[in-house]
Design a protein around this ligand. Structure first.
Ligand SMILES: NC(=O)c1ccc[n+]([C@@H]2O[C@H](COP(=O)([O-])OP(=O)(O)OC[C@H]3O[C@@H](n4cnc5c(N)ncnc54)[C@H](OP(=O)(O)O)[C@@H]3O)[C@@H](O)[C@H]2O)c1
Length: 312
């Protein structure tokens, strides 16, 4: 083969590859949500964990607006009741109920009873595993060597163990009420790993692994329960240190992020980045050579630490 033919082949393959990537990206952005598949049977319900604030609360509002009744999970009963009272004013024909459980406490027979009591008489078809936290925001970005034992357990209990046990209890219900949907809120850290997020990264990788494996198990058994992990970059929530003033193309509001997430329901892949701005950020980071990406992340985290040290 002549050098001319080799160059032509390489050029055509490159154009073909990027053309295919572009077409897939376009198809993803234009995908129409299949959420209404899960709005079936008498009075369908969705359950959202960590529903008293931020992204979880935005999911609650989005489900209510789309005709689902909603179970709000949280740890602060008074806060949840106040939210329910407000929601009830806005969505008069929708039912809301609460599931009050500190996700940091290990599972027990009482845990099972509390969860099952909250869902025993409803047609549950959707679950969103959204809750996350360490139990102490001071350690949200910390060197592994500085994290006390209590908070190691906090990260693992809230992010991984609670989600596991909630899945153990609720998946049989979704299977009974097929078709069903289970969403797992993951994070950019599984795509672009930064220092000082060791337990957060570890538990989010766990969540994604769980979602991917469950998706295959559903296919293996011919069950119609969609499993999808949502990769999330920064969203303008108070817990991420942001407010509405920070909203931008790369940092959506909670409502915009949740709408984009629900728009991707039915896409058929176990792991999606619903917000376009996050997708472009991740693609840029992944295009960099590993050493350049690491240097960039080290610089960003160092700057954040210096900023935090100045505030203290
Ligand atoms: N915001 C971001 O930039 C971002 C980026 C990547 C991924 N995410 C992911 O998105 C999800 C939601 O994040 P968010 O920013 O919306 O968080 P958030 O505003 O801090 O809300 C977290 C929710 O979880 C509840 N919660 C925390 N610890 C709990 C516990 N031990 N027991 C019961 N409930 C508990 C909180 O309850 P209280 O109201 O009582 O505090 C609140 O309802 C998380 O999975 C997070 O990892 C967020």
């Amino acid at each position: 083969m002549s050098i001319y033919n080799v160059c032509a082949l390489v050029g055509a393959s490159t154009i073909g590859y990027f053309g295919f990537q572009l077409a897939s990206a376009l198809r993803f952005q234009l995908h129409t949500s299949k959420l209404q598949r899960y709005h079936h049977g008498p009075d369908p319900w969705a359950l959202v964990s960590g529903a008293s604030d931020g992204i979880g609360l935005a999911f609650v509002r989005a489900f209510a607006a789309r005709g689902f009744n909603v179970v709000l999970h949280g740890r602060n009963e008074a806060k949840l009741q106040k939210i329910v009272a407000e929601l009830q004013q806005q969505y008069k024909t929708t039912s809301f109920r609460t599931l009050v459980l500190d996700a940091g406490t290990p599972a027990s027979p009482a845990f099972d009873e509390t969860v099952l009591a909250a869902v025993k008489d409803i047609n549950l078809t959707v679950v969103v595993h959204n809750v996350a936290g360490s139990g102490d925001p001071k350690f949200d970005m910390a060197l592994f060597e500085d994290i006390p034992a209590r908070l190691c357990d906090g990260w693992i209990n809230v992010n991984a163990r609670f989600t596991t046990h909630l899945t153990r209890l609720l998946l049989p219900i979704l299977l009974r009420n097929q078709p069903g949907l289970m969403l797992f809120i993951s994070s950019a850290v599984t795509e672009v790993t930064a220092p000082c997020t060791s337990l957060y990264t570890g538990t989010k990788c766990y969540i994604e692994g769980l979602a991917k494996c469950l998706r295959l198990e559903m296919a293996l058994k011919g069950h119609d329960v969609e499993m999808m992990a949502l990769l999330t970059g920064t969203v303008a929530t108070a817990s991420s240190g942001r407010s509405d003033a920070d909203i931008s193309f790369t940092m959506p509001s909670t409502n915009a992020f949740v709408k984009a997430s629900l728009d991707k329901v039915g896409w058929g892949s176990p792991r999606v980045t619903p917000w376009l701005g996050h997708g472009l950020q991740f693609s840029f980071m992944k295009m960099l050579p590993a050493w350049a990406r690491d240097q960039m992340l080290l610089r960003i985290v160092k700057k954040m630490q210096d900023g935090a040290a100045k505030k203290d």
